[in-house]
Design a protein around this ligand. Structure first.
Ligand code: AMP
Length: 295
């Protein structure tokens, strides 16, 4: 699935993206994380982005677009991705639309996470991040002692909690203002394209996760998970040696079974299916369960 999560700073896009990554096995592409990594690494992009980020303003569209274009060109996004924090302006949304059209990978859904302003400020002020593994916590939902008793997967020591430099009061006010002015108009942009789903993102993380799953459509999520396991099981993806050992005809059969299963999953989920003129077929007796068939 190719998903955009929209919402103000503090609406939970990052947290919900991480949960979708675990469920669907597709990567989170967070423009904020990519920019922070560029700043930390001292790259040219980071140097040019830092001032705007420190002031709570948006980084230039051209810089962000170049960065996203490169990221979406990486192999792990071929089966899908969750865009978090991008697009943030109409120009970015239009450029993304063109890019995905060129890649013949259109978006499946855009979900707007709605949270009221007082709650946004409260969440941002409680937000802490592990400096080593990057996991995000909130002091209002998990007490510091509970967080620190967990071990960081990177260091094996307790998480090293830090506060983002732009999570201070003055910068947060500017980020919320910028969101209203530049990013909120994207709601209408995606509504007009029939992609928008809006969810109430107040409440606890589990509750919001459930609403997000409903908004994405349980059948669509099942299809995405089926595609994930089909990719894992498909023989032609399990290594060059095994691939070479297989006769060509078997490879062709496996490939078309995987394609059919994915198309059937998508058709059940009500997503667009390219059957290239063929109607979906069932597997022949003796071939067993088609690879990737949704359970
Ligand atoms: P975030 O982690 O998404 O809150 O982003 C942190 C900061 O990175 C923002 O306040 C902006 O300065 C910058 N940023 C992140 N994503 C974008 C974007 N799509 N366009 C422009 N600036 C961005």
């Amino acid at each position: 699935m190719r998903i955009v999560l929209l919402g103000a700073p503090g609406s939970g896009k990052g947290t919900q993206s991480q949960r979708l990554v675990e469920r669907l096995g597709i990567p989170q592409v967070s423009s904020g994380d990519l920019l922070r990594a560029a700043v930390a690494a001292g790259t040219e992009l980071g140097r040019r982005a830092k001032e705007a980020m420190d002031g709570g303003r948006l980084v230039d569209d051209s810089l962000v677009l170049q960065m996203i274009r490169e990221r979406l060109g990486e192999g792990d996004t071929r089966r899908g991705f969750i865009l978090d924090g991008f697009p943030r302006t109409l120009a970015q949304a239009e450029a993304l639309e063109r890019l995905l059209r060129d890649l013949t990978q259109p978006l499946d859904a855009v979900v707007q996470l709605e949270v009221d302003a007082a709650e946004l400020v409260r969440r941002i002020s409680g937000r802490r991040c592990c400096a080593d593994c990057g996991r995000v916590f909130n002091l209002f939902t998990s007490p510091r002692t509970a967080i620190e008793s967990e071990l960081c997967p990177k260091t094996g020591a307790p998480h090293h909690l830090t506060q983002r430099p732009d999570d201070n009061e003055a910068t947060v006010a500017e980020r919320l203002r910028v969101y209203e002015e530049k990013t909120r108009p994207l709601i209408d942009f995606y509504r007009a394209r029939g992609l928008l789903r809006v969810i109430d993102a107040m409440g606890d993380v589990e509750e919001v996760s459930r609403r997000l799953s409903q908004a994405l459509g349980a059948p669509a999520l099942r299809a995405a998970r089926a595609a994930k396991s089909a990719t894992r099981r498909a023989p032609h993806r399990t290594g060059a040696r095994r691939k070479a050992a297989q006769p060509k005809s078997a490879r062709r059969r496996a490939k078309s079974a995987t394609g059919r299963a994915a198309r059937r999953g998508k058709a059940r989920a009500g997503l667009r299916v390219n059957t290239r003129g063929k109607s979906p077929r069932t597997t022949r007796a003796g071939q067993g369960r088609p690879k990737g068939k949704p359970r």
